[in-house]
Design a protein around this ligand. Structure first.
Ligand SMILES: C[S@@+](CC[C@H](N)C(=O)[O-])C[C@H]1O[C@@H](n2cnc3c(N)ncnc32)[C@H](O)[C@@H]1O
Length: 203
């Protein structure tokens, strides 16, 4: 596997995120606020989710991020977490944790960039306890064929300029084959950037 290192994208992401609006804050509050117990966060990026863990529900978080440039920003935000949070340099396809370790796993805007998403979901399934919850917020492939085709055309550019982001990725199709049962799904946004908020359980 190629190493993941996108310092320019990390710097731009960090700068743009400082202007993060109310919509983004509400989304993070909703998704992260549903995590409970011992939590795995994959693709933690610059650590924008850390402040939203609910100390009444969460014992602790293991946050993984493969890109050293992102990780540096995440380290600065580690102290914003109101729960114990440890950072690891790792990718979701090779999680450094034992089977059935976590009560919840969480990823926001990550699976568009993952090189082997099916393997990533298999790893999440492996480390979740039976009954464990996966919380996802991801932008996905558009339902309209015309819009999806536009996403296909944009994808070479987003892969190059936005940290390997596959704008056209059908993440929910991959999730459907991962042995995790979707218990809720909400669609937001639309057009070129449809967003899904999903909860799934390991049975
Ligand atoms: C758009 S950023 C989102 C960061 C953060 N989750 C957020 O909501 O702001 C995508 C992140 O996924 C990470 N990523 C890319 N490939 C990955 C992989 N194979 N495993 C885990 N994370 C990965 C990137 O390094 C980047 O930090």
């Amino acid at each position: 596997m190629q190493s993941i290192h996108h310092p320019l994208f990390a710097a731009v992401y960090e700068r743009l995120s400082r202007a993060g609006g109310e919509w983004e804050e509400a989304l993070r509050r909703e998704v992260v606020g549903a995590a409970q117990g011992h939590v795995l966060e994959v693709g933690a990026g610059t650590g924008l989710n850390f402040a939203y863990y609910d100390p009444r529900r969460v014992e602790g978080v293991e946050a993984v991020e493969p890109d050293p440039a992102m990780l540096r920003y995440a380290q600065r935000r580690q102290g914003e977490a109101p729960v114990p949070l440890r950072l690891h340099q790792a990718r979701v396809e090779e999680l450094p944790f034992a089977n059935e370790t976590f009560d919840s796993a969480l990823a926001t805007l990550v699976f568009c960039s993952v090189e082997e998403p099916a393997r990533g979901f298999a790893e999440i399934r492996r480390v979740l306890k039976p009954g464990g919850l996966l919380l996802l917020a991801e932008h996905v492939r558009a339902a309209s064929p015309v819009t999806a085709r536009l996403q296909d055309l944009l994808t070479p550019l987003t892969r190059r300029c936005a940290g390997n982001c596959h704008w056209n990725r059908a993440t929910l199709t991959t999730l459907a084959g991962a042995g995790l049962r979707v218990i809720s799904r909400r669609d937001e946004g639309g057009g070129l950037m449809p967003l899904v908020i999903v909860r799934a359980v390991k049975e």
